[in-house]
Design a protein around this ligand. Structure first.
Ligand SMILES: [Zn+2]
Length: 415
């Protein structure tokens, strides 16, 4: 999809189907996973009017469906998915020429790429995204210029440019505070008014030395002032942090989510649970890297160890009760927009989450973190008809998410 075709979808309102103002529609599905984390419901008849869910009848007799019912009796239905950590400006491709040119794209060059990534997301049932920033603020500008209307086919919230300390990691997704401003002053005076603030408070995972931790980029005082300033703007702070000290400082400062959080340790997990701070583990990038690195290389070995360690932290976080949501970090090497989401979900299942629990993280939890839980999240009466239809039963979920049968957003068919 190019920017132009995205524009057509946004503005024409074509494909508007289920339950228009003239008529209510019925649809029937074999299984419904509603995003609440509760048990999977069987043989469900759903009524939709004015693009709002008006009734849900469980264990409905398929032989007696109301006339005109759309029959997805061999399918599983889920709420629309929410990816809480994306980089829309960057592709997951391993092509070195493309990867390096992505580091210098102008907005004009980035625009069709961002539109293409949005299309990839929507095709995979992802209808809301939280962008973690890029050096040009391109994703934020795309949202402002290309998606101004009410009929947008996807909700995107953008950090614009993330903030990192001078001379430290983060050039690709952000900038240091400029003109001698402090972190908080930089947030208060940002003319681009992003949807949330992203702060980078550590380095990235070493791929040559397992478990190597980096220093925090900002002091606790700087982070506390930054969080306070952001909250005064009515926004939330997402913090990139790996390792014990960087995560501890971000959590003590009261940030709203920890991104990655590799090697944060048990004490930090407890802190996140107590303070109800979300954790977005982005585990799949390590798996993707393992698959792409040279077999038997140090990098392949360390990436695999990083992944195992992170899955153990996820297991522990589930026991402790840390609030979590699904974020892929798509745009990283081998982490493709849309495709990566089901892989991240699969890793949560490997770490012990049940399928309804994984779907809750992928829908309701993500919507709450972004603050859009009244627009999307649980599939229940009164909510907009935003859902994904997957061939087969719930056990096949992670595979069937590769190519959903249908994707609807507020009653509008997107795929
Ligand atoms: Zn990221």
């Amino acid at each position: 999809m190019t920017a132009a075709t995205l524009h057509v979808i946004i503005h024409s309102g074509r494909n508007m189907i289920v339950g228009t103002s003239n008529a209510s529609a019925h649809l029937f599905c074999g299984s419904l996973i509603d995003g609440s984390g509760g048990p999977i419901q069987e043989r469900v008849l759903v009524g939709i009017k004015d693009s709002i869910i008006t009734s849900i009848d469980r264990e409905y007799d398929r032989k007696h469906l109301p006339p005109g019912t759309i029959d997805w009796g061999d399918c599983t239905l889920l709420p629309g998915l929410v990816d809480c950590h994306v980089h829309l400006f960057m592709s997951g491709t391993a092509n070195p020429a493309v990867r390096s040119s992505q580091l210098h794209y102008t907005f004009t060059e980035a625009r069709p790429i961002i539109a293409g990534h949005l299309s990839d997301q929507v095709r995979h049932g992802i209808i809301a995204l939280r962008d973690g920033g890029d050096y040009g603020g391109h994703a934020l500008r795309f949202k402002r210029e290309e998606m101004p209307g009410m009929l947008n086919p996807v909700i995107i919230n953008c950090a614009g440019r993330a903030l990192h300390a001078p001379g430290r990691y983060g050039r690709l997704t952000g900038k240091p505070p400029e003109n001698g401003l402090s972190l908080a002053q930089s947030i208060a005076s940002d003319p681009e008014s992003p949807d949330h603030i992203k702060i980078i408070n550590s380095g990235i995972n070493s791929l040559t030395e397992f478990g190597k931790e980096t220093r925090p980029q900002f002091s606790l005082q700087e982070l506390m002032k930054a969080v306070k300033t952001t909250e005064n703007l009515g926004l939330k702070v997402m913090v990139h942090a790996n390792g014990r000290l960087p995560v501890d400082a971000a959590a003590q400062a009261g940030c709203h989510s920890i991104e990655h959080g590799y090697f944060m340790g048990r004490d930090n997990l407890k802190l996140l649970a107590n303070r109800r701070i979300y954790w977005i583990p982005t585990a799949y990038p390590m798996k993707a890297y393992t698959g792409m690195a040279k077999k038997g290389s140090v990098e392949a070995d360390v990436a695999l160890k990083n992944l195992d360690h992170q899955l153990n932290q996820i297991r522990l976080a589930r026991e402790i009760g840390v609030p979590m949501a699904i974020g892929t970090d798509c745009g990283s090497l081998g982490v493709h927009h849309g495709d990566a989401f089901s892989e991240e979900m699969r890793l949560f299942a490997e770490a012990g989450f049940t399928i309804p629990e994984v779907v809750r993280l992928a829908t309701v939890s993500g919507a709450r973190l972004i603050g859009i839980e009244h627009e999307t999240g649980e599939f229940k009466v009164g909510m907009p008809a935003t859902f994904v239809v997957l061939k087969g039963n719930p056990d096949a979920l992670f595979d069937s998410l590769k190519s959903p049968e249908r994707v609807y957003f507020k009653g509008m068919r997107l795929a």
